[in-house]
Design a protein. Structure first.
Length: 390
């Protein structure tokens, strides 16, 4: 598919427009750093806040030209659609409740979309968006950034190649401590919207980090969940959404999974950890020590696979920037997603065949995550019953 109505990219780089992520935001800055890292993107336009004055000030601070510092996403999409040097993609880094209206408007205006997770606040919105993506033919990426870590790609490839045999058990956990106290009541910006059902959606911890854990297990194992049983707990008095989650998972084919996510676990920082066990061996990976993957063939000692070192295959190698011993982590994982998206857009723009090695989370992955959150909320509300994922 050709990309119509666009001027030549800036020095071969793609033009990015951003919605959300202005002054005081966290994830917008992460997206901007990630997009810049491989010099594949240039941020040229933005509607960076729902407050027009803050949106303009935020854009000017970032060096965006005055005529592309927009007061609203509607203004940005309308203006950019008519420019010969229009943006190549829209990055959406707003609170969850705005993902759907912005993504829908961007697709309808003919733009490709990069959306932070979760895809939407409801299953109905996610399904409508998936239908719109299919009808539009646009590229749609969801930034489940942990899928961009080199040794997560290594683990996925090893599972697919049968290195651990038939999968039997998948365990994933994601504990944090930052919401142990009711900091949202003091106006802490990140806590405030994440604990507000109107902006976060029906899930709190389960939607914020539980969906990351669920997606990572799904990405590496290649398994699709059939049913789940969930308990969602709110430990902090006065908090309106869950801050601790436990989920049992039954996968198609017979494998079983367990997921724990918590934002009230003192002593933990960002403890995402995945373990996958099969009939012939197991794999273990930790986000806080991401440059090592542990592989244990049954009956043999553990083997450490190092990012960039011996044992790492081409799936990890193509996303590795520096030699082993030089750590790569969170920003680089995010940047790998942006690089994969850039490769996909560049191939489409040139009319070249898509490289099968280029993979990133798409609207189907986003839909799976939203369905997981909805099923977990439903299961917990029913007192912990098995709920199908459809």
């Amino acid at each position: 598919m050709s990309i119509e109505g666009r001027g030549d990219a800036i020095g071969g780089r793609l033009r990015l427009g951003m919605v959300g992520g202005g002054q005081g935001a966290f994830i917008g800055a992460v997206h901007r750093m990630a997009a810049r890292l491989d010099d594949r993107w240039v941020l040229v336009a933005g509607a960076l806040s729902s407050d027009p004055a803050r949106a303009r000030a935020s854009a000017l601070e970032l060096g965006i030209a005055e005529d592309r510092a927009y007061a609203s996403y509607q203004d940005m999409l309308a203006a950019e659609a008519g420019r010969p040097d229009r943006i190549d993609a829209v990055a959406i880094v707003t609170p969850n409740h705005m993902h759907y209206p912005v993504a829908r408007a961007a697709l309808e205006a003919g733009f490709d979309v990069i959306c932070d997770k979760p895809l939407t606040a409801t299953v109905a919105e996610a399904e409508a968006l998936a239908d719109l993506v299919a009808a539009s033919g646009r590229l749609f990426a969801v930034t489940y950034n942990y899928t961009g870590y080199p040794l997560i790609r290594q683990a996925r490839a090893m599972v697919a190649a049968g290195a651990i045999g038939d999968i039997r058990v998948v365990q994933v956990e994601y504990p944090q401590a930052w919401l142990t106290e009711p900091i949202e009541q003091g106006g802490q910006k990140q806590a405030d919207w994440r604990t507000d059902p109107a902006r976060s959606g029906a899930g709190g911890c389960v939607g914020d980090i539980g969906t990351h854990a669920y997606d990572l297990a799904r990405f590496v194992s290649g398994l699709e969940a059939e049913t789940i049983l969930a308990e969602l707990t709110t430990f902090v008095p006065g908090r309106r959404l869950d801050d601790n989650v436990g989920v049992l998972i039954r996968y198609r084919g017979g494998a079983r999974g367990m997921l724990w996510a918590s934002q009230v676990a003192p002593g933990n920082e960002n403890g995402l950890r995945l373990r996958v066990y099969g009939s012939r061996g197991g794999l273990e990976w930790s986000q806080e020590d991401p440059n090592y993957l542990w592989f244990t063939p049954f009956g043999e000692p553990k083997r450490r696979i190092t990012r960039g070192g011996d044992g790492a295959g081409p799936e990890a190698g193509r996303l590795t920037r520096v030699p082993f011993g030089h750590p790569e982590g969170y920003i680089e994982g995010f940047a790998n997603i942006y690089r994969e998206i850039a490769d996909a857009l560049a191939a489409r723009k040139s009319g070249a065949a898509a490289d099968p090695a280029v993979i990133f989370p798409d609207v189907a992955d986003g839909l799976a995550g939203v369905r997981f959150v909805a099923a977990a909320v439903q299961s917990a509300a029913a007192g912990g019953t098995w709920v199908p994922l459809v």
